[in-house]
Design a protein around this ligand. Structure first.
Ligand code: FAD
Length: 396
């Protein structure tokens, strides 16, 4: 979809076709926010969709192959990955990469895999903003125990083909930079000329409709829906699912001529993030907090139950069990994809945003985009205080 005529009630597709509608539900999600950091769009791997993941996986495996041919490339950072952003996505990525290295040690017996590094960089002093302090401390320790290096209280100022430059001028030479620092508006909101709020999310009324457009709903990451206190809901799957159901209920009522003005209310089921094998954190609104194996089992169970279809659940469960026992991760086949714009944005390209701070460094807390924000432990030394921090996307 590339546009819409709300008065004529039709949407426009990139094929040139026009599709009429009775009710329109917009759920285009969000896109990666690069915060205007120099070189991030060009050189860092976003991790927003399956093509992104395939491109990253192929690149990492390619680096191991390159080192197998020429071991000296390790000195140039061929086996170093910098993960930018210490939110759930960055933490999960750092943990998963450390575990992948164990597996690759068998595949590449001539490569000194002990020298493979994962460096997690975040401007805040602890990972997982939004979680309670003890869970954040646990996360930090669990990552370090798995061999990840944490570079906290430091923003990335520049990304280039050879690594990253940090705000204090120091460098990490790395052939792989993963951008997990946050999300921003889907460009569709701009194309549709819809009013936007923080992070470029579309302004909606409490029923999730575009104000003045009774037949247009916006749900999920793209929706700027707020709780009764005025806080925007986090950009996580549970919010998107519950909003989708809410819009569907209202549409049913509209179809049967009933009143359809019930406001959306989010039922917070809690949040969890996995740090890798046997390590995760889980926190519920009722005060339950788990770490370690129990939290990890909780994470697996929730993700298993949420899969569509009994057959899928069984097959994933058997795969997980097999992987757990054997440490196997399936065939390491490199699929070539261009890591340029084509893999980054579906259908509409997103231009990188302007730099959020002086000197090319970024601080998501100064930006409308959602990133690793709201840190209870305060900003990095020398970093400005945020006035209205955006809640971090905590994965339920
Ligand atoms: C790496 C990663 C890990 C995550 N892990 C978790 C987790 O563990 N738990 C959790 O709760 N949340 C997680 N999230 C967040 C979660 O994925 C989102 O909150 C959720 O997917 C939002 O749902 P949505 O339907 O709004 O958007 P999406 O799921 O992003 O779906 C939007 C869809 O719209 C399509 N689209 C976009 N533009 C157009 C257009 N112009 N025309 C047609 N189609 C279009 C896209 O291709 C996409 O298929 C994660 C996010 C990322 C990036």
């Amino acid at each position: 979809m590339t546009g819409a005529d709300f008065d004529a009630r039709e949407v426009h597709l990139d094929t040139g076709a026009t599709v009429p509608y009775d009710v329109l539900v917009l759920a285009p999600g969000a896109s990666t926010a690069f915060y205007g950091v120099e070189g991030a769009f060009e050189y860092a791997f976003p991790i927003k969709n399956v093509p992104d993941a395939i491109a990253l996986r192929g690149h990492v495996l390619g680096q191991f192959e390159a080192v197998a041919r020429d071991p000296e490339r390790i000195d140039d950072g061929a086996l170093t990955t910098v993960v930018v952003g210490g939110g759930p996505t960055g933490v999960e990525m750092a943990g998963a990469l450390r575990e992948l290295f164990h597996v690759l040690a068998e595949d590449f017996p001539t490569v000194d895999v002990a020298r493979a590094r994962v460096v997690l960089v975040d401007g805040l002093r602890q990972p997982l903003a939004g979680y309670d302090a003890d869970l954040r401390q646990y996360t930090r320790e669990a990552l370090e125990k798995k061999g990840a290096e944490l570079c906290l209280g430091q923003n990335v100022a520049r990304v280039d083909a050879r690594g990253v430059e940090l705000a204090d001028g120091s460098r990490v030479e790395a052939a792989t930079v993963v951008w997990a620092a946050g999300v921003q508006a889907n460009p569709l909101a701009d194309a549709l000329g819809l009013e936007q709020t923080r992070g470029g999310r579309v302004v909606v009324d409490p029923t999730l409709r575009v104000p003045g457009r009774d037949r247009v709903f916006v749900v999920g990451d793209a929706a700027g829906a707020a709780d009764p206190e005025g806080e925007l809901y986090p950009q996580v799957a549970q919010v998107a699912i519950q909003q989708g159901r809410h819009a569907a209920r209202l549409i049913e009522r509209m179809a049967s001529g009933e009143a359809a003005d019930e406001p959306f209310r989010y039922h917070d089921l809690g949040m969890m993030a996995t740090i890798g094998r046997n390590a995760a954190v889980l926190q519920t609104p009722g005060g339950l907090k788990l770490t370690g194996f129990l939290a990890w089992m909780g994470w697996l169970l929730v993700h298993l139950v949420k899969l569509v279809g009994f057959r899928n659940r069984i097959s994933v469960f058997v795969n997980w069990l097999y992987n757990y026992v054997t440490y196997d991760r399936g065939p390491r086949i490199i699929l070539t994809t261009d890591r340029g714009e084509r893999v980054r944005q579906p259908l509409l390209a997103t231009a990188p945003t302007e730099p959020a701070g002086a000197g090319g460094s970024y601080d998501p807390r100064l930006d409308g985009a959602t990133g690793p924000a709201g840190d209870a432990s305060g900003p990095a030394d020398g970093a400005p205080e945020a006035e209205t921090p955006e809640p971090a996307p905590s994965h339920p």
